[in-house]
Ligand binder design. Structure first.
Ligand SMILES: C[S@@+](CC[C@H](N)C(=O)[O-])C[C@H]1O[C@@H](n2cnc3c(N)ncnc32)[C@H](O)[C@@H]1O
Length: 272
């Protein structure tokens, strides 16, 4: 597919480094003593090799969502692609789902949610900081285009959730236990609550709140460890360095109210 005026591309050098650019007819991209006209990129195929003014070669691509997230301008810290992938599966995000999210941050998770729920789905994103909303919406517009099914509320979700009959509540903020009661009212029966947290103390707080509620079952916490490999001729081994910790994902499913708490015994390797 050909690259067009106005879209985001990445140049990739021989070392695999990415250099992002928004294509704009008539402009020149200058970098490290080299230059290339945007007009020379507009209209060529995604994945083409281009030669800059002083002879350096780059591959020019339309970035994947994961590549875009890692290079887009950030307000708040983003959730990394390895965790976003897991969140989509663990929260069982599906086309047409109605989701309440908080906070929007830089918009990384929101973009992935929008892609899965599709045009028939809906995302309502609560965010307290106006500057983060502006940044996130700009990021989303560049990659995803204008999303008419995204409603951003400049509101504190600890004070409540306005929507009812929600399929999923997905949280990336510091005190999700303060949202458990609101989520309980807002989620439909069978709906899923998920939160993403960096520390064990926070995980403990939210799990206790979910247990106390009496309507959440299958409360489970996981983390994703992603190890890349060095593969070169006879040297095939894990890379020496890895990002060991990013965050914990805690998930729970809302049931109907029962007179007695419905406790499911913990299973080994339960979640997947
Ligand atoms: C780590 S960032 C979210 C990053 C986002 N998930 C992403 O992938 O780009 C946490 C966000 O939650 C927002 N936030 C914190 N407390 C909040 C609250 N009570 N209600 C709504 N948003 C809140 C912060 O302003 C911040 O933007």
């Amino acid at each position: 597919m050909k690259l067009s005026d106005g879209e985001r591309v990445h140049f990739i050098d021989k070392k695999g480094r990415h250099y992002p650019l928004n294509l704009c007819r008539g402009k020149v991209f200058r970098f490290s003593g080299e230059a290339i006209a945007h007009d020379d990129i507009i209209g060529i195929e995604d994945g083409s090799i281009v030669i800059f003014s002083r002879g350096s070669k780059f591959v020019v691509v339309r970035p994947t969502l994961a590549e875009y997230i890692l290079k887009m301008p950030r307000g708040a810290q983003v959730i990394y692609p390895k965790d976003i992938g897991m969140i989509l599966m663990i929260a069982d995000i599906y086309p047409g789902a109605k989701i309440v999210e908080a906070g929007i941050g830089s918009g990384a998770l929101t973009m992935a949610l929008l892609r899965v729920v599709g045009d028939k789905g809906e995302i309502i994103s609560y965010e307290v900081r106006e500057d983060f909303i502006k940044r996130a919406v700009e990021n989303i517009n560049v990659y995803h285009g204008r999303a008419d099914n995204l409603l951003v509320r400049n509101k504190d979700i600890y004070e409540g959730i306005d929507e009812q009959g929600i399929d999923r509540v997905v949280l990336d903020l510091p005190e999700p236990w303060r949202v458990v009661t609101h989520a309980e009212r807002s989620l439909r029966q069978g709906g899923i609550f998920l939160c993403y947290l960096p520390t064990t103390i926070q995980v403990s707080m939210v799990v206790e709140a979910l247990k106390m509620s009496g309507t959440f079952i299958q409360i489970e916490t996981i983390e994703t460890l992603l190890r890349t490999w060095h593969v070169e001729e006879n040297s095939v081994r894990p890379d020496h360095r890895m990002v060991a910790h990013t965050g914990f994902i805690t998930v729970a499913r809302k049931t109907g109210k029962t007179p007695e708490p419905f406790v499911i015994e913990s299973r080994q390797g339960g979640i997947i």
